[in-house]
Design a protein around this ligand. Structure first.
Ligand code: IMO
Ligand code: MG
Length: 420
């Protein structure tokens, strides 16, 4: 059996939640392998809407088991709120349907304060972090100071917590950041008690033993261009968002990877700071933002919008070995007379189809223009419903990227999906 992986190929917010929910109908198990509550995966079905942060997007499918993997950083407070909201609105028995890796790292309230303090100290160089404590928690993991989920069962968990908190308090004071480091402590310990209701597992054994029996769908968070190694560093998140991250984050061999589903929007967006070659600062960008409702699901921040960047997309396809593409939000371009796609960059006046090593410094996009299809795609339910101009556009992308587009989303709802 195989581990199939769903990945965002741009700067996040590609529509991973919707697609994992759609695909989860075919998978008995869904696993998150990296990231944390910086993710905001939106799902719409049966007139209901949810934004998932740490809970895998298989939660709404009958029978599907959901794993929060080793590579995830888990904030007990957010996780408790999210689970209670789902259970309250749907009656889904979350404690039975979610298992949590003992090796996943815990986000402490002081990790969030450190995130805010680092950003405040960075001034103009700030990352535009979601301020959920992601960077500081992964920093503690790598510097071997972190606390892991399994440790909540240790009799001296409180002491371990205090030891790490004391380190954080020192750093906060060095940064001159004024805050109350104890403000959310009671809530944190209450949420830690709530975590104990879940099965805490040795994720690598659990996942590999399940893989002997059934396929698993791994759900990526963020996107390739936010990857700690291959993204637009330093304006990235702190985890490995590419396909290889699924192996590390779940304890599964690369041999077991099957399909690699790569998701992209028919245009590009980015929240937070950092380079974005195809960004639009005019009314076209504003039109995309308005039609696509491009405001952060987690932070509410307006997203920066621009044309599709095939150079960056091809880079992401290569790094993750994407086998199948999924195109989202094509319907948001229904009313554009002309649609532009970036097919090469000019770097210091020289045309190239490579992402430069210093990721995007001095990059000028070179566009190929398409005549818009100018009709409503939202009612399409099969490929034969597509206008010719749209089919030609898809074929162009497949040729450029060398990978077939297998799923096309034409609206936020579960049903607004065309399989090819
Ligand atoms: P999903 O899973 C979009 C961005 C932040 C910031 C940078 C670092 O919904 O696609 P962090 O909080 O990780 O330290 O922020 O990464 N970012 C995202 N942008 N979607 C996300 O997740 C993101 N997670 C982080 O805006 O620029
Ligand atoms: Mg998001």
């Amino acid at each position: 059996m195989k581990l199939d992986v769903v990945l965002g190929l741009q700067w996040g917010d590609e529509g991973k939640g919707k697609i994992v929910d759609v695909l989860a109908g075919n998978y008995p198990v869904v696993a998150r392998f990296q990231g944390g509550p910086n993710a905001g995966h939106s799902l719409h079905f049966d007139g209901k809407s949810f934004v998932l942060r740490s809970v895998p997007s298989g939660i709404f499918r009958d029978g599907a088991m959901n794993i929060v993997g080793n590579g995830v950083v888990l904030d007990p407070i957010t996780f408790k709120g999210e689970c209670e909201n789902i259970a309250g609105k749907t009656g889904i028995p979350v404690t039975e349907k979610i298992v949590i890796a003992k090796k996943a790292h815990l986000i402490l309230p002081t990790h969030r304060l450190l995130d805010a303090a680092n950003e405040a100290a960075a001034g103009k160089g700030k990352i535009g972090s979601t301020l959920k404590g992601i960077g500081p928690t992964y920093t503690d993991k790598v510097s071997r100071n972190g606390l892991r989920v399994g440790e909540i069962l240790a009799p001296d968990f409180r002491e371990r917590f205090e030891k790490l908190k004391a380190k954080h308090v020192k750093t906060l004071s060095l940064l001159g950041y004024e805050c109350d480091p104890c403000a959310e402590e009671a809530e944190f310990f209450e949420a830690v008690e709530y975590l104990k209701k879940f099965r805490l597992v040795d994720c690598e054994y659990f996942t590999n033993e399940l893989l002997d029996k059934c396929d698993i769908l791994a759900e990526g968070a963020q996107g390739s261009m936010l990857d700690i190694d291959y993204g637009s560093y330093p304006f990235v998140t702190s985890s490995s968002t590419a396909c290889a991250g699924a192996c590390i984050g779940l304890g599964v061999s690369p041999h077991r990877i099957g399909h690699v589903w790569g998701i992209f929007k028919a245009y590009c967006t980015r929240v937070g700071s950092g380079p974005f070659p195809t960004e639009l600062f005019d009314e076209t960008g504003e039109k995309i933002r308005a039609i696509g409702h491009e405001f952060g699901a987690v932070t509410g921040r307006p997203r920066r919008c621009g044309w599709l960047d095939l150079v960056a997309l091809k880079y992401a396809v290569m790094i993750s070995g994407v086998t199948d593409l999924i195109m989202m939000k094509s319907d948001c371009l229904d009313t554009f007379e002309t649609i532009k796609v970036c097919t090469s960059y000019k770097v210091d006046g020289v045309e190239t189809s490579y992402v430069p090593a210093d990721t995007f410094a001095n990059v000028e996009p070179v566009y190929t223009e398409f005549k818009g299809w100018n009709c409503d795609l939202t009612g399409c339910r099969s490929e034969s419903d597509f206008p010719q101009a749209f089919s030609d556009y898809i074929r162009f992308m497949e040729n450029y990227l060398g990978v077939p587009v297998k799923i096309i989303s034409v609206g936020p709802d579960r049903d607004a999906t065309v399989m090819r």
